[in-house]
Design a protein around this ligand. Structure first.
Ligand code: MTE
Ligand code: MO
Length: 195
């Protein structure tokens, strides 16, 4: 016979089991994030490889001319992130610092997780991107700029958002959506590939 006591005991065990499982998950996620986040920002530097090599700290990046604009992206699964006010450095200014790039060259942008995105010279001028309005209807592209963003809505870009430095594609007009796949998070390497 199942008594009231037995039922209560079962319910109690179940609650205990569920809560330990979930608290285990949360604290693990927090630990991993803490380990990655803090040293990542403190020790972050950007390796530039053009006709010469150069390392930039976050302070050095902030000394470049400031580029700002509206930015808004959509992931391949249709999830929108933004709109934001994005602040950073025009990628052309960064590339010019290591010798610039010719019309047939490409710029390879990569991150410690192995993610890589390639822009060509046309895109570096803000042309040739697919753009959408806020209903995700494709629209003709207005002039755009690729920036290495270090502030999102006037706050340093958080680790979760791809900080300390993330690629963003910005427009002077609000509400222009670009494809999130080009928005490389945690950028730590920029390389010019000569053809
Ligand atoms: N370093 C890095 N950057 C990345 C990615 C990645 O896997 N690694 N994914 C890209 C893709 S495919 C998308 S849609 C967006 C997702 O941005 P979110 O994680 O801020 O939503 O980041 C882009 N930048
Ligand atoms: Mo994506």
């Amino acid at each position: 016979m199942i008594t009231r006591k037995m039922l209560l005991f079962c319910a109690f065990t179940l609650v205990l089991l569920i809560s330990t499982t979930f608290s285990g998950c949360t604290s693990n996620a927090k630990d991993t994030q803490a380990q990655v986040t803090d040293p990542a920002i403190k020790d972050w530097h950007l390796t530039l490889n053009g006709t010469r090599e150069k390392l930039l700290t976050i302070d050095a990046l902030r000394r470049f001319p400031v580029a700002t604009g509206h930015c808004y992206a959509v992931s391949t699964t249709g999830i929108r992130f933004g709109p934001y006010l994005c602040t950073g450095v025009d990628l052309r200014d960064i590339i010019a610092d290591v010798g610039g790039m010719g019309p047939d060259d490409q710029v390879w942008i990569s991150a410690p997780d192995g993610y890589l995105w390639v822009f060509d010279a046309e895109q570096l001028e803000g042309k040739g991107f697919v753009t959408f309005d806020s209903d995700l209807k494709e629209i003709p592209s207005p002039p755009l700029r690729i920036i290495l963003m270090y502030e999102q809505d006037k706050k340093p870009v958080s680790y979760d958002d791809g900080g300390p430095a993330r690629i963003a594609i910005v427009s002077d007009n609000p509400g222009v959506i670009t494809e999130g796949s080009a928005w490389v998070k945690w950028v730590d390497n920029i390389e010019i590939k000569k053809k």
